[in-house]
Design a protein around this ligand. Structure first.
Ligand code: 5GP
Ligand code: ZN
Length: 119
């Protein structure tokens, strides 16, 4: 399978690693929305929320919590947004399940609430 995130998890291609354990790998997004934008992936390949087993998802989300807390402190961020896309129509661009940790800073100019406003 030609999956970029599988290759990153196996260190076949380089990434800026933030954390790893036996099941989960965290690394910096190559095209960050904000300083410290991090991706959390399972080391095993699952395409999206529909096929990741619940036990693996639980392991992954506990890493999301731990890294969110750690990175907020390290980066002196004021908050965190979590984001996850499932399926092409939902704008998932890499077909390997991942959760974005997006640190937020005062006056960072990001406007998430705009996304939820009706057209
Ligand atoms: P998605 O659009 O699927 O929710 O997010 C995929 C994310 O993966 C994007 O934010 C993109 O910048 C990031 N990304 C894509 N390819 C690479 C890569 O080779 N290395 C790293 N570090 N991030 C990548
Ligand atoms: Zn993969």
């Amino acid at each position: 399978m030609n999956c970029i995130f599988c290759k990153i998890a196996k260190k076949e291609i380089p990434s800026e690693k933030i954390y790893e354990n036996d099941k989960v790998f965290c690394f910096l997004d190559i095209n960050p929305v904000s300083k410290g934008h991090t991706l959390v992936i399972s080391k095993k390949h699952y395409e999206n929320i529909f096929d990741i087993p619940e036990n693996e998802l639980k392991e992954l989300i506990s890493v999301v919590k731990k890294i969110s807390k750690k990175r907020k402190k390290e980066l002196n961020a004021d908050g965190i947004n979590l984001f996850n896309a499932n399926g092409k129509i939902a704008e998932q661009s890499v077909s390997h399940f991942h959760i974005h940790i997006i640190p937020r800073y005062k006056n960072d100019g990001i406007n998430i609430s705009k996304m939820f406003k009706q057209k």
